[in-house]
Write a protein that binds this ligand. Structure first.
Ligand code: SF4
Ligand code: SF4
Length: 136
């Protein structure tokens, strides 16, 4: 397989060019891509070379590859926040901000909802409204 013309993580294995979005897996009609967790729990695509026909669809769909000029030239803005509380950010994939916001909502009488994937296309929702769920 000549992978030199392919640019996405599926072929390059350069983690800085992959957000783990899974678009390549969804786009591959030949089921040649699986999303597998790395040792930190982040999903990355893994190629089954026996199924791949090198059609290049994964490269075309990948948001981290190619000439995405329409995105690159538009000014973007975002908010970034974290917490100084080590016990929050060490236990959190959101570097602590989700715990802080959730705590604030619950302490003001609100509910916090979460979701997890039970299996493919099956989503489970749960909520909390009491403080003891947090490690304070
Ligand atoms: S090149 Fe085509 S067949 Fe191969 S993994 Fe990408 S989308 Fe699937
Ligand atoms: S589409 Fe690109 S960014 Fe998304 S998982 Fe595949 S290789 Fe990574």
């Amino acid at each position: 397989m000549d992978i030199s013309r392919h640019k996405c993580y599926v072929f390059t294995k350069h983690k800085d060019t992959c957000s783990g979005c899974g678009a390549c897996k969804q786009a591959c009609k030949f089921h040649a891509i699986s999303m597998i967790s790395d040792n930190e729990g982040f999903l990355f695509p893994v190629l089954n070379k026996d199924k791949c026909i090198e059609c290049g669809t994964c490269d075309k769909i990948c948001p981290c590859v190619g000439n995405k000029k329409e995105n690159a030239t538009q000014e973007q803005s975002c908010y970034i926040a974290t917490t100084k509380r080590k016990d929050y950010y060490q236990e959190s994939a959101s570097i602590g901000i989700c715990t802080m916001v959730s705590k604030y909502i619950i302490s003001n009488g609100g509910y916090v909802f979460g979701e997890h994937h039970v299996k493919l296309l099956v989503l489970s929702l749960s909520y909390v409204r009491n403080m003891p769920i947090f490690i304070l």
